[in-house]
Design a protein around this ligand. Sequence first.
Ligand code: OSB
Ligand code: MG
Length: 369
Amino acid sequence: MFTIESAELLVVRLPLKFRFETSFGVQTEKVVPLLVLHGGGVQGVSEGTMEFAPMYREETIAGALHLLREVFLPRVLGKSFANPEALHDALGSFRGNRMARAMVEMAAWDLWARQLGVPLGQLLGGRRNAVEVGVSLGIQPDETATVDVVRRHVEQGYRRIKLKIKPGWDVQPVRAVREAFPDIRLTVDANSAYTLADTGRLRALDAFGLTYIEQPLAWDDLVDHAQLQGRLSTPLCLDESVASAQDARKGLALGSGGVVNVKVARVGGHAEARRVHDVAQAFGAPVWCGGMLESGIGRAHNIHLSTLPNFTLPGDTSSASRYWEKDVILEELEATDGLMPVPQGPGTGVTLDREFVSRVAEVQEEFRA
Ligand code: OSB
Ligand code: MG
């Protein structure tokens, strides 16, 4: 049992070391909401992955802060829970807003694991002490720049290269990269930029031996993806359109794809992420852990989740030093030869850099029962 005695809400803004262009637009910085839960002499920390604008899914940072302050934190403050699933159930009557609810749930998992003195991954049922990772590379100005950025990351040992694509920037970069690197594990991510009218264009990608094509169609669609999958030989990977284990079941039963990108916050936290993992396993579908350009806090949660057995494809949790000059944690999360070590110690195994965070935080609030 654990008790939520108090909470802190922090928001920091971190400049990105690279220009990240996707079919949504260009991103050059990251606003990172952090939640700290205190209880029993330990603390649990989580990161929100919603964004300033509802581009990826419908949630926003402003909406999440409102819900945490006014609705979700008042539900859990001063209360005791048998385990994190019980806390998840206490927020279970609310609809949607899974990334905001996941902030509370994920911080509770970290708190609980620290109270028990075990690593989070182990508590979730994972076994590995390192996880395979790849990189997600933004849209580049031209083919030469694309091949160059791929080469740099292949040389660093990343186990999979994912290229962001959009209509008008798909077959060319994929062909150029495949010609330069005939044997790498290569994937593409469209972030919902296509429709069924583009089936011919997407079929052309079948020629390049991609491991999967990630979320080509609408963010909330499963039906059109099933139609498209029937016309392509490359497996589709669902990202945006899986918000729950039920969505994963429906998508896999419909044949909307053969692979699932599990993002812990998108589905509402670790308990639901594990259910997505289990459903996919029952269908014989591999999963991998996606990323949302997280700071070290979210990154550590991703790494622990990725220790579960059906995470058989490399995830997006590449080295933190690719993204930030200065991270919000004291530890370094660095992959070597495409293997990211699981942080050791209880909970996520990482420590918030309090001095740095309180110096740069744009929001710093405390809540008590
Ligand atoms: O679709 O996987 C995505 C980043 C922001 C929003 C959506 C996505 C991504 C990434 C980046 O692909 C993955 C990462 O490096 O964290
Ligand atoms: Mg994606």
